[in-house]
Write a protein that binds this ligand. Sequence first.
Ligand SMILES: [Fe+2]
Length: 293
Amino acid sequence: MTTRPSIQAFFDDATGTVSYVIADPTSRCAAVVDPVLDFDLRSGRTRTVQAERLLAWLREQGLTVQWILETHAHADHLSAAHWLQQQVGGRIAIGEHIREVQATFKKLYNLERGFLPDGTQFDHLFKDGERFHIGELPAQALLVPGHTPADMAYVVGDAVFVGDTLFMPDVGTARADFPGGDARTLYRSVQRILALPPKTQLFVCHDYPPNGRAPAWETTVAEQRAGNIHVRDGVTEQEFVAMRQTRDATLDVPTLILPSIQINIRAGQLPTPEDDGVSYLKIPLNVLGKAQN
Ligand SMILES: [Fe+2]
């Protein structure tokens, strides 16, 4: 008998991010995927409004959190993994290639010596294909790089949490121009997901609804293969790469990339407070984005 996970989505209007609680109805064990820590860039203040919605649900449903799963080091929002772990426990996990992302950004931010790009900020680093459990539900981590070198998708029953690979069919795919990103690699990762059975349910990490449609996050392999504007059946790797690179060249640097990555490569912890007890973020000048021409 295969148990089906119960899945609850939480949409964050401010960043277009979808967080999930995946629960095993039998054991009442759960995993949280990509929790959001609210951040006001103007004041530099973090808030836990989104994360408290997750917490309320976990408590209401009487769920025991075993895992806090990050699909990757997000560039558009701060992770609430650390805050949530302090409230409910669970192991914070991400793909093992996070070490490469940490090394890249340690250099970019010229981070303190004490920040080690070894993944130890997380409780567990998944290898490609690694199997794990949420209660009695079998789950598997799949490496799907391209958007970043460390992206993982999480398969639970016939549901897949695809992170930033595919978006809804009318939005397409994630950008592949961040440090360590690669359009060709993203195409291959997307094909890995699209090779799953057509009825497989896919849960995306973001939605940026076009033309006034309501936010949505659930789709299927069949729907993506029939109608994804970037990677439907028939789009070749070469066509995809050309489209993705052309499009990425027009995209602005995400508003919260500099704060987000600094927190997210630390599994959602704020940087070590300085001698006044305050945590600071760094803003490298004239490093990201294009020089004026
Ligand atoms: Fe992302």
